[in-house]
Ligand binder design. Structure first.
Ligand code: Q9C
Ligand code: ZN
Length: 674
C-alpha cells in the first residue's frame, strides 16, 4: 500500500502585501521548494498523487464558529486597507484576497488525505499546504493560520469513519494552542506538542503552553505539552522526548489514527525555532510513529521557514512514509540539562494519568519546574544576547551538511529457510555458494569434533547474508535455524572480526548468551527474560528481567520504548541481530512491533534468527521486515508495578553509561534546594 502526496500550486497564490516583520517569513516559496525537492529526488513519483478539494462549510464548522467563517468569507472582496484593518484584530497573521480560497484548499487537502488513508486507498501520506492551521482558534486567525486543518481532520475522522481515538503529534516548534483548546476536555483526541517556550517569553507567550497543562475534566491527561526553555535543542533532545514521553503514552493510548502537525521550523537553520536538530531526525520521528494505529499516519505541513532545511526535512519525512529505511541517526550524545528538566517535569505532571509513567520520578520539592527556575539568570543572559547584535546572531547558525542520499538496497528482505518452508511474497530466498574460507573457519570454530554438514551450510549461508547486508546489497533478513544459540554465536563472532560493524543483539527469551566478545563494545547485548539475573557484567551486556518474561505485552512494550530503543539509538549499531528464543512467550503483535521499531536502527539492517519449529511466525515477521506496519496492540492493561519499578531502577543504574536513558536532570546544587 502506498503513500499519498497532496499538493496544489494554487496554495502558493497568496502572499504578504504590506510590510510586517513578524509575517515576512511566511512565503509562497515554502511550498514550491518543498514540492520541487520531492520531484527532484524522485520521491513525488513514488507517491500516489491525490487532488485537493475545498473544505465545505460543514467541514470548517466542525471547529470554527459561524461568525468567524462569515468574517473570513468576506476577505476576498476587501480592499488592501480593509484587509490590513481586518488583520489587526488577530496576532501574527496576514490576509490576502486569495487566502480564504487557499485556506479552504488547505483544510480540504487534509481531509482528502484522511479519506485516502481511512478508505485504505493508501497506507499513509503527506499534505503540503498553506496556510498552516494549528494556531487558529474557534473564532480567530493566529500565527499565519486561518482554519485549523488538523483539528478539523480529527473531528472529521471521528464523525465520518467512527474513529475512536486520534493521536495528534505536533512537532512544529510552536505550540499549537488552537489544537489544544479544541480538544482540551476531549479524551478521544490526545494532543502532544513540543514547543519553544523559554519560560513563556516566546510567542504565543501563554501559560497554557507549559507542562502542567494536561487537559481538563474527562480530557485530563490527554494534553501533553513539552516546553523547550532554551533554544539550540538537538537530535538527542527530540529523540529523548519521543522515547520517554510521547511513545510510552501513545502506545498506552492506542490510537486508531495518527495526525502529525508537521512543522519543520523545529529543524536547524530555522529563524523562528533556532533549534539545532538535523533534517534527518524527521526520518526517525516519522518511523517511530509508523507502527501506531496500524500505520495510518497523515502528516500535514505547518511551519518551516528556512528554505534549505524545510525541503530537506520534508523529503526525509516522505521518504520514510514510503518505507525506505531511515539513515543512521547523527550525534546522539544525550539530552541537554534544560531538555531533561522539561522531560522530568512533563513525566511527573502526567504520572496520575498514564500507567507507563506511574513510577516516574516526582517533581523535586524545590520545583525544578522550569517555571520560576533561574528566571533572574535568564534575564541576565538576555541582556548579553541583545548586546550581540543581529549579524553575529545569524552567523551563529553553522551550516549543516545536506542529508546523504538514502540508498535502498536492491533486495529488501532475504530469507534463509529449510526447503520445505515456502518463501513469503515479496521476499527473496537466500542461498549462497559456499566460500571455502568461511566454511573452514566455521568448521574450526563450531564443529571441531562433530560433522553436521547441514548446520555448517546454514551458518555459512548466514555469514554470507551478513556480508551482503554490510555491503548494503540486502537490507534485512530472516533465518530459521535448528540451533538459535549457535547461529547467534556465529553471527556475533563474525561481526566482531569484521570490525567496522557494531552489532546490537536483542535476545527475546532465555538463551545461553555468548560470553566472549560482549565487553569490548563491538556488540551490545540486551536480553529480555523472566530470569532474575546476576549483576550485569558489563556496560555492553544488559539483562532485562520482566516478571512474566515477554508474555506481558504492556511491560514488554514499555521496556522496548524506554530502555531498548534509547540504548540502541545511542549505540548506533551497523547491524541489529534479533534473536527469538523458543518459548519466549512473546505474542505475535508485540513481536511485530519490536521488529518494526528496531528497523529505525542500522539503516534497517536487521537479521532475525528463529528456531526451525517456529515456521508459523515466518509470514508475520517477514511482513514486518518488508516494512508493513505492525497491527495495533489495542487496549493494553497496566504493566506490572514490579516491572515498571525495575525498569526505572535499571535505567537509573545505566544512565551514567548511556545518556539517552536519562529522564531527570542531574542535581545541580543551585543552592535553592534548602
Ligand atoms: N519571533 C507557524 O509556524 N510569530 N506559525 C512569532 C516571534 C508567529 C508561526 C514572532 C509565528 C507563527 C505555523
Ligand atoms: Zn511553527
Amino acid at each position: 500500500m502506498g503513500t499519498a502526496l497532496i499538493y496544489d500550486e494554487e496554495m502558493t497564490k497568496y502572499k504578504l502585501l504590506w510590510i510586517d516583520p513578524a509575517c515576512k517569513i511566511e512565503v509562497p516559496e515554502r511550498l514550491t521548494v518543498s514540492h520541487d525537492a520531492l520531484i527532484k529526488t524522485g520521491l513525488a513519483d513514488r507517491c500516489v498523487s491525490v487532488p485537493v478539494r475545498e473544505a465545505t462549510e460543514a467541514d470548517i464548522l466542525l471547529v470554527h464558529s459561524e461568525e468567524y467563517l462569515e468574517a473570513v468569507k468576506k476577505t476576498p472582496y476587501m480592499t488592501l486597507e480593509d484587509l490590513k484593518e481586518f488583520t489587526l484584530q488577530y496576532g501574527d497573521v496576514y490576509f490576502h484576497p486569495n487566502i480564504y480560497h487557499c485556506a479552504k484548499l488547505a483544510a480540504g487537502a487534509t481531509l482528502q488525505l484522511v479519506d485516502s488513508v481511512l478508505t485504505g486507498k493508501v497506507r499513509n501520506g503527506m499534505a503540503l499546504v498553506r496556510p498552516p492551521g494549528h494556531h487558529s482558534l474557534r473564532s480567530a486567525a493566529s500565527g499565519f493560520c486561518v482554519f485549523n486543518n488538523v483539528a478539523i481532520a480529527a473531528r472529521y475522522a471521528k464523525q465520518k469513519y467512527g474513529i475512536k481515538r486520534v493521536l495528534i503529534v505536533d512537532w512544529d516548534v510552536h505550540h499549537g494552542q488552537g489544537v489544544q483548546y479544541c480538544f482540551e476536555d476531549d479524551p478521544s483526541v490526545l494532543y502532544f506538542s513540543w514547543h519553544r517556550f523559554e519560560h513563556q517569553k516566546f510567542w504565543p507567550n501563554l501559560k497554557d503552553s507549559d507542562y502542567d497543562i494536561v487537559g481538563k475534566e474527562k480530557g485530563a491527561g490527554f494534553n501533553v505539552n513539552v516546553p523547550w526553555n532554551k533554544v539550540g535543542m538537538k537530535n538527542s533532545d527530540y529523540l529523548s522526548v519521543f522515547l520517554h514521553v510521547l511513545l510510552p503514552i501513545a502506545y498506552e493510548f492506542s490510537p486508531d489514527l495518527v495526525l502529525v502537525c508537521a512543522g519543520f521550523d523545529s529543524a536547524i537553520g530555522d529563524p523562528e525555532g533556532e533549534m539545532c536538530a538535523s533534517p534527518d531526525i524527521f526520518a526517525h520521528l516519522t518511523h517511530l510513529l509508523m507502527n501506531l494505529a496500524g500505520g495510518k499516519l497523515c502528516a500535514v505541513l505547518e511551519g518551516g521557514y528556512n528554505l534549505t532545511s524545510l525541503p530537506q526535512s520534508v523529503c526525509q519525512t516522505v521518504q520514510t512514509l514510503l518505507g525506505d529505511p531511515a539513515p543512521r541517526p547523527a550525534d546522539l550524545d544525550g539530552p541537554c540539562t534544560s531538555a531533561l528538566e522539561s522531560l522530568h517535569c512533563v513525566r511527573s505532571a502526567h504520572k496520575p494519568y498514564w500507567s507507563c509513567l506511574n513510577h516516574a520520578a516526582e517533581l523535586p520539592t524545590a520545583d525544578v519546574s522550569t517555571k520560576q527556575i533561574k528566571l533572574a539568570e535568564e534575564e541576565e543572559k538576555e541582556e548579553e544576547t541583545l548586546k550581540k547584535g543581529e549579524e553575529e546572531k545569524s552567523a551563529e547558525v553553522e551550516a549543516w551538511p545536506e542529508p546523504p542520499k538514502r540508498i535502498t538496497p536492491p533486495v529488501r528482505t532475504a530469507l534463509v529457510l529449510p526447503k520445505d518452508v515456502t518463501c513469503p511474497d515479496g521476499c527473496k530466498r537466500f542461498s549462497s555458494s559456499e566460500d571455502p574460507v568461511i566454511v573452514n573457519k566455521l568448521r574450526e570454530n563450531f564443529f571441531k569434533d562433530s560433522d553436521d554438514s547441514d548446520a555448517l551450510t546454514t551458518l555459512s549461508t548466514l555469514t554470507a547474508l551478513v556480508e551482503k547486508m554490510e555491503k548494503n546489497e540486502i537490507c534485512n533478513g530472516l533465518a530459521l535455524v535448528r540451533d538459535v544459540s549457535m547461529a547467534m554465536k556465529c553471527v556475533v563472532q563474525h561481526a566482531a572480526t569484521a570490525h567496522r560493524n557494531r552489532v546490537l543483539v536483542v535476545c527475546v527469551g532465555d538463551a545461553v548468551v555468548p560470553s566472549q566478545g560482549t565487553d569490548d563494545g563491538k556488540t551490545l547485548l540486551v536480553q529480555f527474560s523472566n530470569k532474575e539475573s546476576e549483576e550485569q557484567k558489563s556496560k555492553y551486556h544488559i539483562p532485562v528481567c520482566l516478571k512474566k518474561g515477554c508474555s506481558d505485552v504492556s511491560g514488554f512494550t514499555q521496556a522496548v520504548l524506554g530502555l531498548l530503543l534509547p540504548l540502541g539509538y545511542e549505540y548506533d549499531p551497523g547491524l541489529v541481530l534479533l534473536v527469538r528464543m523458543p518459548g519466549s512467550g512473546l505474542c505475535e503483535g508485540a513481536w511485530q512491533q519490536l521488529t518494526g521499531l528496531l528497523q529505525g536502527l542500522a539503516q534497517g539492517h536487521t537479521l532475525v534468527l528463529m528456531q526451525e519449529d517456529e515456521k508459523a511466525c515466518v509470514g508475520s515477521t517477514a511482513s514486518s521486515l518488508l516494512g508493513v506496519a505492525a497491527p495495533s496492540l489495542g487496549n493494553l492493561h497496566a504493566p506490572l508495578k514490579e516491572d515498571m519499578e525495575a525498569l526505572e531502577r535499571l535505567r537509573h543504574r545505566l544512565q551514567a553509561d548511556w545518556k539517552l536513558l536519562q529522564t531527570t536532570a542531574p542535581q545541580t546544587g543551585r543552592g535553592d534546594e534548602h
